[in-house]
Write a protein that binds this ligand. Structure first.
Ligand code: ISE
Length: 334
């Protein structure tokens, strides 16, 4: 039985504790911690088998913890990952792996020093049935080469403290991962464009933004990023190939016909949109650890997304394309 400690008891941390407890065989959550100690104590009070630790570092060091799940705020990720690797523990880190590509490089070095993969990054969309089927079709070659991706990532709102750069490093980071995964190739350059601002953008950050990418083979990607769209959580992705297109399906919803209208409800919370993908992601993660090592998105994938995010954020306001340059891929990730 894999004994897990979860760092971060906010919304997604609590959601992961629930799914690891109720839906993932072969594991049990034994520990939790949060920057706000009280938040961890509240969670521990709800589960007989969970002990609250005063800090993330104390949780990582605890002998009862075999594997660490990091669901804390973005800027804390890299530090907790490095500490987990220092203890030689399995670690699952929510996206983004770090705030910068330079921090990811340090993580890659630390994992290489461990001599085997210990880390998985929470790019859960790879476990979504829609994206998985799109990848299968593209990889089969039946539609010819993929030429373009049109994508949209629209959120209803963002919490206080959100900043323009996070539209890329926290939000579009999902597309930065899923597009290179769908196409099976790396990026060459990228650019962020500001567009006419929505009147709902009242909190000082850019909304919308458009992310443009060019891949090594010359395929082009555009991602519309909205963080205050006023209507729902809406994720769109269309891959245009030589002989046809593939589209990400909307999540399951009953269609209603009434009042001379055909309609179906949209979700508003991102945790619900990918709920099944999160479940599968953790089921697969625990199974892989039982077999000895994680097999999902790696430190290399976390790094690749951060290299692109850094370049995109550098390009903002310059009107220029920024090169996206990665180091050579270490053998551990080949
Ligand atoms: C959040 O952290 C996520 O991962 C969601 O998928 C994304 O849509 C949201 O904007 C992020 O804040």
């Amino acid at each position: 039985m894999l004994k897990i400690g979860v760092i971060g008891c906010g919304a997604i941390g609590r959601d992961h504790i629930r799914r690891l407890t109720d839906l993932v065989p072969g594991c049990t959550v034994v520990a939790c911690a949060d920057y706000f100690e009280q938040a961890a104590q509240q969670v521990a009070a709800q589960y007989a088998h969970i002990t609250a630790y005063p800090t993330g570092e104390a949780l990582i060091a605890a002998p009862e913890v075999d594997a660490v799940v990091i669901a804390s705020s973005d800027p804390s990720h890299a530090g907790y990952v490095l500490e987990s690797l220092r203890h030689g523990k399995f670690v699952f880190c929510e996206k983004p792996l770090a705030q910068t590509a330079a921090d990811c490089e340090q993580i890659i070095k630390a994992e290489q020093a461990c001599g085997k993969r210990l880390l998985q990054v929470g790019f859960m969309r790879r476990y979504d049935r829609g994206y998985a089927e799109m990848k299968r079709i593209i990889a089969s070659g039946e539609l010819g080469a993929p030429l373009m991706i049109h994508a949209a990532h629209r959120n209803v709102s963002q919490p206080d403290g959100f900043q323009t750069e996070m539209g890329v490093s926290n939000v579009a980071i999902h597309e930065l991962d899923i597009c290179r995964w769908l196409l099976g190739e790396e990026y060459k350059s990228g650019q962020v464009l500001k567009v006419r601002q929505s009147s709902l953008s009242t909190k000082g950050y850019d909304n919308p933004q458009i992310v443009l990418l060019e891949t090594q083979s010359g395929a082009r990607i555009d991602v519309e990023v909205q963080v205050a769209d006023g209507y729902g959580y809406d994720i769109q992705c269309q891959v245009v190939c030589e002989k046809g297109t593939v589209n990400l399906p909307d999540p399951y919803a009953v269609v209603m016909r009434a009042n001379a209208t055909r309609s179906f409800p949209l979700l508003t919370d991102w945790k619900d949109r990918f709920i099944e993908a999160y479940d599968i992601e953790f089921q697969e993660w625990v199974k892989a650890l039982e077999a000895g090592a994680p097999t999902g998105p790696s430190a290399w994938d976390g790094y690749a997304a951060c290299v692109a995010a850094d370049a995109l954020n550098r390009s903002r306001g310059t009107g220029q394309w920024a090169p996206i340059e990665m180091m050579e891929k270490p053998a551990l990730y080949k």
